[in-house]
Structures are given as C-alpha cells and as structure tokens.
Design a protein around this ligand. Structure first.
Ligand code: AMP
Length: 284
C-alpha cells in the first residue's frame, strides 16, 4: 500500500491506475477505522481493481464546540487494517493542504440539508459537501463508496454529484452493526460501559418501528415518531435530536407511510451523539 500525503502525487497515482485500465474505487473516511469502514473497502474491491482510501478528519464539518479536537485518531492501527485489506493507496493529507486559509468556495446542497442533522449541526453538510468535492477533484476515481449509516450524508453526496455533473458513481453500502444492533461508529469509543449498553436502544427503536411498518401495517407517521421516542426513553435515552420518518429521496417527513421510507434517529448517550437509520417498506 502506498501512503501519500501529497495531493499531486496522489492524483497522479490515481490517473496512472486509470490509464493502465484499472477501475478506481475511492473510500473517504475520517479514520479510527472499524468493520464498517472495511466493509466499504471490500465493496470497492468487488467492482474496482484499484482501491484508494482517504483518512482526513475534516475540520470544516465540525462546528465550534463539537468533538473535532477529541475525535479519535489511530493512524498506525488504521494503516495496518488497510494493508490487510489490500488497499492500493492511502491518502492522508494535512488540513493545510486541503483547505487554504483564504478559501472562498463552499458547496451547499439545499433542501436535503434543511432537516434531520442540518439544524442540529449548522454548517456540517456544507463542510462535508465541500470536502467531498475537493477529494473527488484530488482523486478522480471511477466510483466512491459511502455508508448508509450516514444516510443524509449519502443523499447529499449523491445530489451534489448529480447537480454538478461530477463523473463518479456513488455506491451506498449497508450499515455494519455490533451483535446487539448498535451501528459501528468511531464515536462508539467514547461510550462508557453503561452508556454502551444503553446505546443499543437506538437501533432497537429503529427496528421496532420497521417491524411495525412491515409486519403490522403501521402507517401513521406521528404515531411512529411517538413510538420511537417511547422506545428510546425505555432505554433511558432522553436527549433526542430527532426521531424521524422521511421519504428516502427528498428526506421530507411523511404524514403516512405509503411507500418505502427511511427511519432515522439522532440522540445523545452521555456526551456522545449517535445517529442511525433503517429502511422500511410497507408490504401493502
Ligand atoms: P467516517 O469515518 O465516520 O466519516 O465514515 C467514513 C465512511 O464510512 C462514511 O461513508 C460512513 O457512512 C461509513 N461508515 C461509518 N460507519 C459505518 C458502518 N457502521 N457501516 C457502514 N458504513 C459506515
């Protein structure tokens, strides 16, 4: 695995691979890698013959007071994991190389960022869209792999690529979970043992709502939102940013479930903000 910090060398490595007829897959991450990230690498290998991973804790997607400074950074372990996955290129740039102090350009994806995490993390999706656009320009891959775990982010990236005619395929990959259902996340490392036990309540609430929609015919959006909050409360999770049921494309809250929906939760367990989501399809 080549490990590069230089933008020009990394761009050249990707172009060389493409000129040699290889299909290049890109997996952008913030590091502190776990099985969720590695599942994206494995998905990339399925359709690509050259896999590039980026590790960059992007400062512009963290608001003041969020966890940028204490975000876990485990570069040595990450390198070992990526080596084991036969990754071809690891690009780990410095912040100063990616963002100039006098940058004047921001990519803003409207509407899709109005709800869910948007109001709770001001500026977050502008930071994400802008850095992903930069990474796509630095590493001109054929395809990029993102987790459904961050479903709003996935839809924002898809819309940006569509609107800006960026020539890259966006591939969404299923969420990898712990045995008790908790979605894997670098932030899970912040949870104390007691918090870790409570945290399983997030996915339990999501899967209960999914079951009600798919097996019990539950259709009323507000009743399902209330159920999500009840289930969270039963796990002693009361600091809830949102518990929502939206249409998967526009991310607009639904009044009644009549077609496939996405069920999403953002909640704090202790100081740690967890997000998770599942799809639900009404059977009739
Ligand atoms: P992050 O390092 O948290 O920015 O995540 C990098 C990529 O990994 C994003 O596309 C995430 O959606 C994806 N990802 C994170 N956790 C998981 C998970 N548990 N399952 C699948 N993909 C994930």
């Amino acid at each position: 695995m080549r490990v590069l910090t230089s933008i020009s060398e990394s761009r050249r490595a990707v172009w060389d691979a493409r000129l040699n007829g290889r299909r290049v897959g890109l997996v952008p991450t913030m590091g502190a890698l776990h099985e969720g990230h590695l599942s994206l690498v494995r998905a990339a290998h399925e359709s690509c013959s050259f896999v590039a991973v980026t590790i960059f804790v992007n400062p512009t997607q963290f608001a003041p007071g969020e966890d940028f400074d204490r975000y876990p950074r485990t570069m040595d372990a990450d390198r070992t994991l990526l080596d084991g996955e036969r990754v071809d290129l690891l690009f780990a740039p410095s912040s100063a190389d990616v963002h100039a102090a006098d940058d004047a350009t921001v990519v803003h994806v409207a509407r899709l960022t109005d709800g869910l995490c948007g109001p709770w993390r001001p500026g977050h999706f502008d930071g994400v869209a802008t850095v992903v656009a930069k990474l796509f320009n630095i590493l001109p891959a054929d395809a990029a792999f993102f987790g459904e775990k961050d479903f709003q982010q996935l839809q924002v990236v898809r819309r940006m690529v569509r609107d800006l005619h960026i020539p890259i395929d966006i591939v969404g990959c299923p969420t990898v979970r712990e045995p008790d259902g908790l979605a894997m996340s670098s932030r899970n490392a912040f949870l104390s043992p007691q918090e870790r036990a409570r945290a399983a309540g997030v996915s339990a609430a999501l899967f209960e709502a999914k079951r009600l929609i798919e097996a019990e015919g539950a259709r009323d959006g507000d009743a399902l939102r209330a159920l999500l909050r009840d289930r969270l409360r039963a796990s002693d999770i009361t600091d809830v940013d949102y518990a929502e049921i939206v249409d998967p494309d526009g991310l607009v809250p639904v009044r009644a479930v009549q077609s496939p929906v996405r069920i999403l939760i953002a909640a704090r367990v202790g100081r740690t903000r967890l997000i998770d989501n599942v799809a639900a399809t009404p059977a009739w």
